[in-house]
Design a protein around this ligand. Structure first.
Ligand code: NIG
Ligand code: FE
Length: 394
């Protein structure tokens, strides 16, 4: 059994025991065996190991957990982005453009896009990435989207209810029946989660409830796109169905925040339903950002994710989202880094990632910087010096 010691870490973010909410340790070391962390402590007391990785006094943190991404698609909507920057609003209408391109693509073309974006994210420190379907919207195209997603992640999500495709435009009830029946049956073997875009112009609360309940009955965990473009019932539906995460949360009422706060664990460790904020979407649609402070102050667990997709947020960069969250959503740098690591893990109901403690997966990032603070302090700068996933540097 070969062991690896990462030592000479100037500032180690553990999200476990240590100083402050990030569990910071100084002059620290991490011992890795068989892809797992087996020891964390002062560099001076580090056990011997077969190999050594010298962090050079830099900061080390858990790999980013990006819990919301749409990577299985074809085509490009740069012109739609340019039109928005010239004043056009975002309505989600462009999803159908991507559906057309995705249906026309070969498996290998879709696979190449997923791998390219997954690789891009990995180089920016993302060691876990959720991947959704949702641009196929036929039984065969949703199943193949998830089959391809599952080649790159175990965190796969069936989003057959992204929009009602054009051929069902005048009979949405029939489409919901298809999603709950044959489409779910074909997708479920490759999916861990079910998701619905619950929004005016996409799926209403009754359709969303029927689809999420069908997914739950098929053994999938629930997540939901909620309250992105306007106020609505999505967040409270997510709470009703014990969703792991309600995503976007841009337009929240007091009752929505109370409902999320009401899912708090009794041990003070946060909420069972996480609010996942996606500031790349507000950036790329020039929309007002969600109010992270209001959620945090109410005790709601917050995650940050990229929402990487060709329409509303074509970024795979978690450091960019951290910087946006600090600058635009009034999160402290510590809150944003926690949300992008441990918060993402909570949004996926995982306790083996997002943390550097004995037993956790050896997923970590060595920064080209002395502190995690630099992720927000030096926006747009490639600060990811080295990435380790499962104890291996890819
Ligand atoms: O999360 N909101 C719905 N789905 C995506 C956008 C998809 C698109 O515009 O292609 C989102 O923002
Ligand atoms: Fe999304």
């Amino acid at each position: 059994m070969s062991s690896l010691l990462v030592d000479n870490i100037g500032e180690l973010v553990t999200n476990g025991t240590g100083e402050g909410p990030l569990g910071i340790r100084r002059d620290a070391a991490v011992l890795v065996e068989e892809g797992r962390v087996v020891w964390v402590g002062p560099s001076a007391y580090a056990p011997a190991a077969d190999r050594r990785l010298d962090a050079g006094g830099a900061a080390v943190l858990p790999g980013f957990v990006d819990s919301h991404a749409h990577l299985v698609f074809a085509g490009d909507r740069a012109a739609e982005f340019a039109a928005r920057m010239a004043g056009e609003p975002y309505t989600g209408g462009g999803i159908r453009t991507t559906v057309g391109a995705t249906r026309a693509a070969t498996d290998d073309e879709l696979r190449a896009t997923v791998r390219r974006l997954r690789g891009e994210a990995l180089r920016q420190g993302t060691t876990t990435m959720e991947i959704k379907s949702g641009y196929g919207l036929t039984v065969a195209d949703e199943a193949r989207s998830l089959r391809i997603a599952a080649e790159s992640s175990t965190e796969t999500t069936f989003l057959g209810a992204h929009v009602v495709p054009a051929e069902y435009a005048d009979r949405p009830d029939d489409y919901v029946e298809l999603v709950c029946g044959p489409m779910l049956a074909a997708a479920a073997p490759y999916a861990k989660w079910v998701d619905v875009f619950c929004e005016r112009g996409a799926f209403d609360v009754d359709h969303a409830r029927a689809i999420l309940a069908a997914g739950q009955a098929a053994g999938l965990g629930v997540r939901i796109h909620a309250n992105q473009l306007g106020p609505g019932p999505g967040v409270q539906l997510g709470v009703e169905l014990d969703a792991a995460s309600v995503d976007h949360c841009t337009h929240l009422s007091d009752a929505d925040v109370d409902a999320l706060a009401g899912t708090a664990h009794s041990d003070g460790s946060g909420t069972r339903t996480v609010a996942t904020l996606l500031p790349g979407a507000e950036f790329s649609t020039r929309s007002p950002y969600p109010n992270a402070r209001r959620l945090l102050d109410a005790g709601v667990t917050v995650a940050l994710a990229t929402d990487c997709n060709p329409g509303s947020s074509y970024t795979s960069s978690m450091p960019f989202c951290v910087a946006l969250a600090v600058r635009e959503m009034r999160m402290t740098p510590a809150e944003a880094v926690w949300a992008a690591t441990a918060g993402g893990a909570r949004a996926l109901r995982r306790d083996d990632i997002g943390v550097l403690a004995p037993g956790a997966r050896a997923d970590l990032v060595v920064l080209d910087a002395p502190s995690y603070l630099h992720l927000a302090y030096r926006p747009g700068v490639p600060l990811i010096h080295q990435v380790m996933r499962n104890g291996v540097t890819p």
